[in-house]
Design a protein around this ligand. Structure first.
Ligand SMILES: [Zn+2]
Ligand SMILES: [Zn+2]
Length: 183
């Protein structure tokens, strides 16, 4: 996802409205158990801040899909991420502000990640990938009280109780306890 910054103008404070849409998979095909169906939409303002620096403020919208960690049913959500990004054509400056967490200097306390660019093209792909990964849940659940699958027969317990006898849990704690009952 690229923006030609010649359209922004070179005067401090001049800005360009940005509205871009691509298939989300073009930016991020998959990540861990997540896939990204549908479009990725980015909108906001790109502002020239002088000395080769630009600032983007806006948001990205996308959808993710992943299996529920308990019952494996596919869960899908629409997500909106606020974006505040800085771009610099001084790759060293970009690396310094981007990589180092603020440290002791109050000047560097802005938490806006800075990305390097060369020429007149800003590529948002890396910034978007990082922003998307940050908002993904660490654990996907179809609902907070998902009952998951029975560890013995695999039945989805959200659909109702299975026929496994509950006395198994009272008896042997061995994982082979269930096998013994079958033999
Ligand atoms: Zn579930
Ligand atoms: Zn069962």
């Amino acid at each position: 996802m690229r923006i030609d910054i010649r359209e922004v103008g070179r005067q401090n404070g001049s800005s360009l409205p940005v509205h871009l849409q691509v298939p989300a998979a073009e930016v991020l095909q998959s990540y861990r158990e997540f896939s990204f169906p549908g479009p990725l939409t980015v909108s906001g303002q790109l502002r020239y801040e002088g000395q080769g620096k630009l600032r983007f403020d806006g948001q990205a919208r996308f959808n993710w899909q992943a299996p529920c960690a308990r019952c494996l049913e596919t869960v899908g959500r629409a997500e909106t991420v606020a974006l505040s990004l800085a771009f610099s054509n001084d790759s060293q400056a970009a690396a310094e502000t981007g990589a180092e967490p603020a440290g002791a200097e109050p000047e560097a306390a802005t938490e806006i990640p800075c990305y390097a660019y060369t020429g007149h093209i800003i590529d948002l792909t890396t910034a978007l990938t990082e922003a998307i990964i940050l908002v993904l849940p660490t654990k996907v659940l179809c609902r907070a009280d998902c009952r998951g699958l029975c560890p013995h027969c695999g039945q989805d317990l959200n659909q109702g109780p299975c026929t496994c006898r509950t006395e198994q849990t009272g008896g042997s704690q061995s994982p082979f306890g269930a096998l013994n009952n079958l033999l």
